[in-house]
Design a protein. Structure first.
Length: 190
């Protein structure tokens, strides 16, 4: 990911969320946008905090790093969403924890948090991120006919950030392990 100006763009609809950002200078396709797709989105937020105040994020102390992809296990956000859903007549306690994953992508000017069922790298593009997102969202690239999903909540041993990194071929800081371990430790003390 380009730490300086990744220019992330996001589009969401009833089927999922598409995100595109500029790949960093250490990758062979430097300057090209990478396109990611999140399926079965329960919640997402794009914006605060940026890299200058990332320390304000509640998971920063647990290993949340700059310009990186993270998977949060034992996510306090998913637990909170599950708790809020208890008002639903057919709520099943713990269902969200089993069905959803929590991803955090830290950019220069924004942070993207997504709670969804699946995530995958789609492809790179020659277009700027806003146009690449629009193209993908409008169906120019079939969402479901491109390779199989790279992550499924039924297979928690597969880490999406590792898969995105290996397919996109660009280096991603591997802090998700630290984040997982520290989040588990923190959850045990709460």
């Amino acid at each position: 990911m380009d730490a300086g100006a990744p220019m992330p763009a996001v589009y969401s609809d009833a089927t999922g969320l598409t995100c595109a950002y500029v790949i960093g200078p250490t990758h062979s396709q430097s300057g090209s946008p990478a396109i990611l797709y999140f399926d079965g989105v329960l919640y997402y937020a794009m914006g605060y905090p940026n890299d200058e105040v990332l320390k304000a994020h509640p998971l920063y102390a647990n290993g949340l790093g700059f310009y990186a992809f993270h998977v949060v296990e034992n996510s306090p956000l998913i637990a909170d969403l599950d708790r809020r859903n208890q008002v639903h007549q057919q709520h099943v306690p713990g269902a969200y924890v089993k069905r959803f994953r929590h991803w955090i992508v830290t950019f220069h000017d924004d942070t993207l948090e997504v709670v969804a069922r699946n995530a995958r790298f789609v492809r790179t593009s020659e277009k700027e991120p806003k146009l690449a997102v629009r193209e993908h969202a409008l169906g120019a690239v079939g969402r479901y006919d491109w390779a199989k999903n790279l992550h499924s909540t039924q297979n928690p041993s597969m880490s999406t950030p590792h898969r995105i990194a290996s397919i996109a071929g660009h280096p991603i800081r591997r802090r998700e392990h630290d984040l997982r371990c520290k989040a588990q430790t923190r959850a045990q003390h709460l």
